[in-house]
Structures are given as C-alpha cells and as structure tokens.
Design a protein around this ligand. Structure first.
Ligand code: ADP
Ligand code: MG
Length: 450
C-alpha cells in the first residue's frame, strides 16, 4: 500500500502540471485512495459531492490520463463522495492495507515546518522556544507549554518540532496526539474485554516515547481520571528526561477544573503565549502561503485581505484561497482587489443579518436590559451587568464575526481569552437555556426592526 501511495503521489505530480494551480489544490490534492486492492478499480474519496461532480464534469480526462500513465490503461476510476465512501468501507473493509499506511504514516504535516512559519513580534519567543526544544529535546524547556487563541499557529509549531526531530533523528520515538485522542485511547483501554492487556498497551504507547506532544490540552478539563493518567504519564516521562510539549487555547491558570498538581507540573518548564500577528506579519504570512501554494495575487489584494482579517491566521489563509479560487473561476491569471471584495461580500451577507454594527448591538442590549453603555463596557462584576455584557459579546462575535481582540478593545480592553469565554458560555446557553435564547432573539428583533 505504501507503494500505491507513492504512485499516487506521482499521479498527483502529473496532474499538478496538467491543470491550473487552484484547480489542483481545490480538487485533486484532497483526493484520497480508498482501495486499489484488486488492481482493476481505483477507488478515490472526494471531500464532498460537489468536489466529486466538479472532477467528473471538468477534469475526468486529466485524471484518467494521469492514472493511465502510471497504472496502465486497464484501470477504472471510481470517485466516491463522503457518503459513498462510508458505505464502501463498511461493506468492503478495504482498509487493512490502508490502515497500515495510516498508522505508519508521518503524523506531521510536511508543510508545517519552521521554515514555513513566519516570525513576528507576536510569536518570536514561542518560535525560539520551539526551536530550542527541537534542537535539544528534554534539555531546554520541559515541558514547553504554548498557548494562544485559535488559528494562531500552535499546531503548526508542534508539527514543526516533530518534522525537525524526525529529520534530525529518524529513530526517535515521537508521539503526537490531540487531547481528545489521548482521552479516547485511555477510555478505550479501560473499557474493552481484555482490560489489563489493553491498558498496558496504552501505557507502553505513551510512556515508551522520547517526545510526547499533546495538542489542545484545554479539553482535559473535567475528565478527572484522564487527568490522573496524564499526570502519571507526565511524571514518568519527565523523570527520565523525555520532552513534553503541550498546547492550549489558554494559560494553565485559566483551564477550569485542572487539578492543582497538574497545573504546577506545567509551570516546571516554560509557559509561552502567542498573540495575533500585526499587519506586516499578516502580509508576510499571506506572501509565504502564496509561495507555497503557487497562488498569483496582486500586492494590493494581499494588503486588503491582511487589513480585513486581523486575528486568525487560519481565516486569513482561508480567505486567500477563496479569493484565488473565485478569481480562477472567472478565468483570471492573477487575483486582484475586485476578487477580494467579491470574496468578502458574501461573507458579510452571510453573517451580518440586518447590517448592524457593534455599536448598534451594544445599544440594543443596553436598552433591552436597561443598563448604561459605560457599565456594559466597564469593569462592574454584578450579575445584572455581566450577563448583558456576555450576551453583547456573543452577539457581536456571531453577527459581525469580529476578531476576539477587536471585541476585547470595544469592551474596555479586555483580553481575547475573556472574550472567548463569554462568547463560548453564551453559545452553550443558546443550546440549553430558554431564557438566554429569548433574550438574544428579542434583541435581534429590536435590531432588525430598526
Ligand atoms: P492553532 O493550532 O493555533 O489553532 P494552526 O497551527 O492550526 O493554529 O494554524 C492555522 C493555520 O495558520 C495553519 O495553516 C498554519 O500553517 C497557519 N499559520 C499560523 N501561524 C502562522 C505563521 N506564523 N506563519 C505561517 N503560517 C501560520
Ligand atoms: Mg491547533
């Protein structure tokens, strides 16, 4: 199967030359081999039905000829959408071969390297710490704890360390998991029939490594037995000088229900934050991305994107590929500011029902709850103020999709994590609490009725 994947990569390389870059990135790169065990039919999985249809309609000939060049001309190609893929897999269980590849495969995204990470004021210390750890695992900062808001490069840095270590020392045992995977692994190891055996497998897996990375540790909150297990794993590894690297969307002191002893373990090494990039760094990130993905886009257009999205690199990148995609759909060779405006226009329509701005939302919330604007953006902590404040934060972030940092500024310079907590709290309540739903809906009505 490994060989098939290598051959598939050769097919991809051929396709890269036969279609435009954007088409390649949009349609072909995401394709995955599902099965080729009979050597007659190549089953490929597309990311969506739309993607499948695009390929069938516009690019099937390109695909067919690239496949024929590599596999010969007696191979049929079947493209499956996600539903069909699930059906296929449950009926045919083709995955023994595929799974093997999956489990052996490099867990690190080859694009998430140090070289591809743009360093600015916002992240230079975290970058330097990550590099130090990669160059001297177990010896510089242990653990290394990196935190930031979403989409600011935590996972990228963890993978960069992983890629670096793998290159420098192919025999090193590096374990990378999300907190969720760790939790699930642990729970599974307790639940199944051959209990002791699977638990010992779990132990081996996590304690037999030279470097352990756990991404998004904040999800460990509340799962006390998992915390206990992680605590023990941590101690074992740390004691033998094994490197531990952790990422989180907030500092340890803000992870609710994190046990004190675990919190204090985290402070043994270095706790380092990353902030949203400034304008110049955002431009540099976009340029880097263009270079990697071979996008063609004017300088003005890049600046415009960097100007309009200021807190989340993932969104920044998403907007860049959307702009280039829209531009390629109408046959342009280089994306420009018109494409940027176009790309932003539906984003605005989707999100901003009624065309309100932050000020109008705040006014409506204040009017509804009969409190003053000074109070809602101020420091008071009484319940009568805090609840409206959180609702206003939630509504602004939902309706305007403003970056957390900007919302923080509106609310008297509050930190982005505070804003995030408020938003998340209300969004949970919106699913479970009638009263909150009524508040929000009535305020929305006030906004749309002018
Ligand atoms: P997080 O884990 O913090 O939510 P990610 O590491 O997933 O964020 O980053 C989101 C996207 O932004 C990724 O594609 C990543 O490569 C990119 N990215 C984030 N920061 C940078 C940076 N400083 N330079 C280049 N790309 C970045
Ligand atoms: Mg991440």
């Amino acid at each position: 199967m490994q060989e098939i994947n290598n051959l598939w990569n050769i097919i991809l390389e051929k396709l890269e030359f036969s279609v435009s870059n954007v088409s390649f990135v949009m349609w072909f790169k995401p394709l995955k081999i599902v099965d080729f065990s009979d050597n007659n039919v190549l089953y490929l999985a597309a990311k969506s039905t739309f993607a499948k249809n695009q390929i069938l309609k516009n690019y099937f000939d390109n695909l067919k000829s690239a496949v024929e060049e590599v596999f010969g001309d007696n191979v049929d190609i079947e493209i499956l959408d996600p539903n069909e893929e699930a059906n296929y897999i449950s009926k045919n269980h083709p995955t023994s071969a595929v799974k093997e590849v999956e489990s052996n495969k490099n867990p690190f995204n080859p694009k998430y390297t140090f070289d591809n990470f743009v360093v600015g004021k916002c992240n230079q210390t975290a970058y330097a710490a990550a590099r130090a750890v990669a160059e001297n695992p177990g010896k510089s900062f242990n653990p290394l704890f990196i935190y930031s808001g979403v989409g600011l490069g935590k996972t990228h840095l963890l993978h960069a360390i992983g890629n670096y270590l793998r290159d420098a020392n192919p025999n090193m045992k590096i374990k990378y998991v999300t907190c969720e995977q760790f939790t699930n692994d642990y729970i599974e190891s307790l639940g199944s029939a051959g209990k002791t055996k699977t638990y010992s497998e779990f132990r081996d897996k996590y304690r037999n490594c030279d470097v352990l990375m756990v991404d998004d540790i904040q999800f460990i909150s509340k799962k006390t037995s998992t915390q206990e297990e992680f605590f023990n794993t941590f101690n074992d590894l740390h004691q033998f000088g094994k490197q531990i690297i952790i990422s989180s969307d907030r500092p340890p002191k803000e992870i609710e229900t994190l046990e004190e002893r675990l919190r204090s373990r985290f402070t043994m090494g270095l706790i380092q934050d990353m902030q949203p990039p400034d304008f110049e760094t955002r431009v540099a990130i976009l340029r880097k991305k263009c270079q990697i993905e071979k996008y063609y886009i004017s300088d003005d257009a890049v600046s415009m994107i960097a100007d309009r999205i200021d807190s989340n690199v993932r969104e920044l990148e998403g907007m860049l590929s959307k702009v280039c995609f829209l531009s390629s759909l109408i046959g342009k060779t280089m994306a420009d500011v018109d494409d940027v405006k176009e790309a932003f226009s539906d984003r605005f329509e989707e999100k901003n029902e009624g065309g309100s701005n932050a000020d109008q939302i705040i006014s409506a919330v204040c009017e509804y709850f009969q409190i003053s604007k000074d109070d809602i953006v101020g420091k008071k902590k009484s319940k009568e103020i805090v609840e409206p404040r959180m609702i206003a934060i939630y509504m602004i972030s939902e309706m305007l999709e403003l970056p957390l940092v900007s919302i923080g500024k509106i609310f008297g310079g509050r930190d982005h994590t505070t804003i995030m907590h408020a938003r998340d709290k209300i969004s949970v309540e919106m699913k479970s609490n009638r009263k909150t739903q009524t508040f929000v809906n009535e305020i929305k009505k006030m906004l749309t009725s002018g």
